[in-house]
Design a binder for this molecule. Sequence first.
Ligand SMILES: [Zn+2]
Ligand SMILES: [Zn+2]
Length: 332
Amino acid sequence: MDSTTAADTAAASTTTANTATAGTGAGATTPGPEPVLDGTRTPLQQALIYVFVLVPMVAFVAAIPVAWTWGAVHWHDLGMMAGFYVVGCLGITVGYHRYFTHKSFKARPWLRVALAISGSLAIQGSVVNWVAHHRRHHAFSDREGDPHSPWLFGTSPVAVARGFVHAHFGWLFDRRETNHRRFVPDLLADRTIMRVDRNFGWLVLLSLALPAVIGALVTQSWVGAATGFFWAGLVRMGALHHVTWSINSVCHMIGRQPFTSRDRSRNFWPLAVLSMGESWHNLHHADPTCARHGVLRGQVDISARTIWLFERFGWAHDVRWPTPARLAKLRS
Ligand SMILES: [Zn+2]
Ligand SMILES: [Zn+2]
């Protein structure tokens, strides 16, 4: 228990967890830790969240009927969809998550920028916002203060169903903002990364426009632009959203818990490939700064393999690889 707590605290390295203040939110009059929450979104920001959550979700659901009914899909659309998926997914898993949130390795300056940009292309929020939410998740995992635990409403069937929806995407509509000064002071002090953060809107535009432009150039037609936008823009974004969201919902509800963690995180093997190793979520909560999440025999972890390649090329160093002794300590 102690080692888990220490690991989680180290993971959310800048939160230095005064967990007792979870959910209080109010500004303190005496010196103390920053509050967990800080202000609310503007109506425009809230409207954009609805658009960027719901439109790709509808496209994702409509993808099969569109392909089936109109045959409006080409091989180059699927190729682009896979390419943009991989870049955005690794940007989230290796960049936003293992590098910026948990500092699992150190990276060359250009690689840091490339990871922040490729994470932005996944359209899951700017790097500062994403990291702030995720550090808060680790600081309060499955307790009050966790932004997206499925276990906040109880354990009756109705409460569990409600918890699933909340953890999967319902939490995104909470207008209250996570306090950046408390959770990401390191990023706020990083001028290069803040520049990427400020340009998030342009990167979203690029992420959606590029598939349309490539589709138009390949087919020399407006139809090619439209199908490129639909498949490699919207459907790709919707698919990656659901995979990432499943780490917050499914991986705190279903699967095995071979390691000791203070929350209800689980390893869910069916999502290992699509999530690029993130669904080995029980190990991740047991040892948040570890660069490899799939640590047991046969557990595919494409993100860890990518970090390994970065290390081989000399682009990453001081990687926090798991050791047998440490894993033995973490076993339940
Ligand atoms: Zn989690
Ligand atoms: Zn994490």
